[in-house]
Ligand binder design. Sequence first.
Ligand code: TMP
Length: 237
Amino acid sequence: MRILDQLYEGKAKKVFATDDPQLLVVRYKDDATAFNGLKKGTISGKGIINNQMSNFFMERLEAEGIQTHFVKELDKRETLVKKVSIVPLEVIVRNIAAGSFSKRYGVEEGLEFEQPTIEFSYKNDALGDPLINEYHAVALSLATRKEIEQIKRYAFEINDFLKKFWKECGITLVDFKLEFGRLENGAIVLADEISPDTSRLWDSKTHEKLDKDRFRRDLGGVEEAYDEVMKRMMRHE
Ligand code: TMP
């Protein structure tokens, strides 16, 4: 397998073509942004942690019967993935109120829900990723009704798996964002990443934030937090 031209550079990753038209290489960067790119910085070593953590979870989720884009880790920052057409929805699952949910509904961060919630944002930087409902997503042909049902089933299954896993690491999974893609045969697969960039992870005892909120909110100790969650993930195995 040969790595060919760069196809795309996003805020946190670069994507390259390969000599196999069905496969791409993703390279994780240390660049960090927040608030739709308004805040910029570097989280040293983040690319390695996000790559390895995403691959670890995708392998586990495959074993649970959830299809993903993961093929093979190539090196500490690079992974071979299946080429998908990304469904332009950010799928956010929440167990505990925080972030934009707390702000929108005027509830304190830390309010625990009886049932997990799900919401969608339209992946569109020019519009600032606005919240969107399922009917609007279908009306805009972003996904079919059937695809949205599959995405919701997967998202809650992934939540069950991750919540249990992180609990065993002494970490509370507050919320996280997923992205899905379509294979050529139309199957929906989990794509993108699962990492402290895209999840809220709180120490179960102290409630200390161990995720990208440390960067978003200038709390300091960003690298240390990423190292800590990675260490606990690897200790769990
Ligand atoms: P929010 O509370 O800001 O809407 O974030 C919910 C979750 O989604 C949180 O775990 C962080 C993650 N997230 C992303 O992965 N990318 C984004 O662009 C945003 C805004 C949030």
